[in-house]
Design a protein around this ligand. Sequence first.
Ligand code: AP5
Length: 197
Amino acid sequence: MILILLGPPGAGKGTQAQRIVDTRGIPQLSTGDMLREAISSGSPLGKKVQNIMDRGDLVSDEVIEQIITARIKERDCDGGFILDGAVRTVGQAKMIDRVLKKQKRALDLVIELVVDEEELVNRLNRRIEETRAAGKPVRADDNEETFRKRQAVYREQTAPLIPYYEKQGKLRKVDGMGTVAEVASAIDAILDEIAAE
Ligand code: AP5
């Protein structure tokens, strides 16, 4: 199964992707994690994207194409994968369709996690507190000002993917306001339904 998890910053994409990795055995492709790894390693790619990510903007479609096309050619993606926050513009969506078509594959499903903005800010503040309590560094883009900017970028550049995938008949909405377990069980019901088709 090739699945996209779509939703605003803090909606729970990473949390739910990790659970799907554990239960369905397909890898999670998080461009956010890949870019943060590039920054920590001090690579040329990391240097190129650091300021863009720190201010809450999107990195270019060209950079995403480069990292995603290389990653999905790896063997562990043969049985499917989860694109976690990895498709954020209509240009990227078209690129994914093109790359998959070349491999004679296609996207199966897009799950949109729907969460109110104030709840997203509460989750951000909890994540900051938990990270500090664990003695770990807080993400450079995890502060309320940049987080609001990330929400605005989502509304302007990523939300147009919702009608794009609706038109393809691939979009399913999930109420992301429940507990992690409640959201997981709504996603599971959809994944079971698609797998049975
Ligand atoms: P990325 O790392 O993808 O961040 P994001 O989309 O902003 O999402 P988050 O990781 O903040 O949230 P999430 O939805 O994964 O939620 P999580 O599970 O962590 O991207 C960062 C940056 O990289 C972008 O701004 C951009 O610059 C760049 N980038 C990445 N991909 C790109 C692309 N394709 N194109 C261009 N640029 C790109 O949960 C959040 C918190 O809430 C956690 O603490 C969690 O424990 C908690 N939580 C989760 N679910 C629940 C629940 N149901 N109830 C209560 N708490 C919950």
